[in-house]
Design a protein around this ligand. Structure first.
Ligand code: IDP
Ligand code: MG
Length: 140
């Protein structure tokens, strides 16, 4: 077991429905601690850069449009095995396949508007955290 940090985004479908608190409560109940948080409205360039790994996927343009359709809340989460723990509480990408009690099962609207982002590796977590936060903005 080790204390890790991972990166999370509460997506526009959730901020639009006033679910910042509801989602954050599920993260906290899963044992994750919010050690940095800010509400931002991403630019197109920011969203394209963040999702560059998906640039060749057919849904890329729609995904970028969705991610800039409203405010998001970017967060750094800390805890034991935080990366895997967060992926667990998020649930499957497609809410139709998400387990009971997961954030996406409870809140997601569709495979695209699926309420949360979470880093998929510790390496990507470090890259994604640095994309949105300065070290002094993270207070553990
Ligand atoms: P993840 O968020 O569960 O890690 P990824 O495969 O990394 O899933 O996809 C990134 C995001 O792209 C998803 O969270 C979702 O918003 C969107 N997405 C993934 N697959 C599809 C799809 O088939 N159609 C539309 N949007 C998708
Ligand atoms: Mg992913």
């Amino acid at each position: 077991m080790s204390t890790e940090r991972t990166f999370s985004i509460i997506k526009p479908d959730a901020t639009r429905r006033n679910l910042t608190g509801g989602v954050t409560k599920m993260l906290e109940d899963a044992g994750l601690r919010v050690v940095a948080s800010k509400r931002i409205h991403m630019t197109k360039e920011q969203a394209e850069g963040f999702y560059a790994v998906h640039a060749e996927r057919p849904f890329f343009n729609d995904l970028v449009s969705f991610m800039i359709s409203g405010p998001v809340v970017v967060q750094v989460l800390e805890g034991e095995n935080a990366m895997a723990r967060n992926r667990e509480v998020m649930g499957a990408t497609n809410p139709a396949n998400a387990d009971e009690g997961t954030i996406r099962k409870v809140y997601a609207e569709s495979i695209e508007a699926n309420t949360v982002h979470g880093s998929d590796s510790l390496e990507n977590a470090a890259i994604e955290i640095a994309y949105f936060f300065k070290p002094e903005e993270i207070v553990g």
